[in-house]
Design a protein around this ligand. Structure first.
Ligand SMILES: C[S@@+](CC[C@H](N)C(=O)[O-])C[C@H]1O[C@@H](n2cnc3c(N)ncnc32)[C@H](O)[C@@H]1O
Length: 290
């Protein structure tokens, strides 16, 4: 792959992605060749969190995949139910904070069923481009089908990729976004470094993620909701209490607002800041590549 910056005219590189223009061909995702280089793979003794459980780092991606394989079919309806539709507002605010403009190229990491990509696509217009990506083929397939159903067939590509090892040249995107995805990633530092690398100078990363709510009382109520009610909704609607218990646990293990900001700074981002939404239930972190 060529390195250096790219314009929308030479986008996307033909060897990297299949576009919707070729959607009669194979699904439009790469399943091979995108694995992290050997040097980045941790050995079996390295442990990481999977919810409240400690698991070998090499196991986490498989476990996360099984969660999203299981929830993919009910993902959108569960999002609306669990958040009473507020996730739509959070996503719109994150888009606003991205300052994405017409003609820009955007990478939506862990994009799942494509909520963020659909909004970005509206903003970048006919001259821009959006890559909807996810590590999970089932989630991505649903995202792709949804875009086509909504008539979005140009200016968007699909890529099955791991946020930790991005198969794009340096300085490629104006904005890289990861919404409700970073907490599932095993090596978050590596994902942040990868995001920085593929951003153009002046480009920004947007991280929308659950965070630590403000206020003791509010936190108690939120805990009750997360650990008692959420798995119950999961059981009734999706017949899957376990995956929604993982959701609640993974939120508690995710770095809090200040911690994540420090991680972004350590990865090399500049002007890092965050915006608490719904009293810190979620936060939008933004950092620039300068
Ligand atoms: C909660 S969903 C978020 C989907 C979408 N961004 C949204 O906001 O609705 C999390 C997504 O992260 C994906 N994911 C998990 N680990 C990943 C990784 N290492 N790289 C890329 N995607 C990953 C999952 O497959 C899943 O689709």
């Amino acid at each position: 792959m060529r390195s250096g910056s790219a314009t929308s005219r030479d986008w996307p590189p033909p060897d990297t992605l299949a576009t919707t223009d070729r959607r009669t061909g194979p699904f439009g995702v790469r399943t091979g060749g995108n694995h992290p280089p050997q040097a980045t793979i941790m050995n079996e003794d390295n442990k990481t969190d999977f919810g409240f459980r400690e698991v070998p780092a090499s196991e986490k991606a498989r476990l996360v995949r099984s969660v999203f394989d299981s929830v993919a079919g009910k993902y959108d309806i569960m999002n609306d139910l669990m958040s009473l539709g507020i996730h739509r507002l959070w996503k719109r605010i994150a888009i606003q904070l991205s300052h994405v403009r017409s003609g820009e190229n955007v990478l939506d990491l862990a994009g799942g069923t494509g909520d963020m990509s659909a909004l970005f696509r509206q903003r970048v217009g006919a001259r821009g481009w959006v890559v909807l990506s996810d590590i999970n083929a089932e989630m991505l397939r649903r995202g792709r089908d949804r875009m086509i159903d909504e008539g979005v067939v140009t200016g968007i590509s699909y890529a099955q990729i791991d946020a930790e090892a991005l198969p794009f040249p340096d300085n490629y995107f104006d904005c890289v976004c990861i919404a409700f995805g970073l907490r599932n990633v095993t090596r978050k530092d590596q994902a942040l470094t990868s995001m920085l690398r593929v951003l153009k100078p002046g480009g920004r990363a947007i991280i929308l993620e659950f965070s630590q709510p403000e206020g003791e009382l509010f936190r108690k109520a939120y805990d009750l909701y997360s650990f008692k009610i959420l798995p119950l909704i999961g059981k009734v609607v999706a017949n899957d209490a376990e995956s929604y218990r993982y959701l609640a646990e993974s939120i508690r293990k995710h770095p809090k607002q200040e911690q994540l900001r420090t991680m972004m700074q350590r990865a090399g981002f500049s002007r890092c800041e965050y915006f608490n939404l719904t009293q810190g239930v979620v936060a939008v972190h933004r950092g620039y590549k300068l």
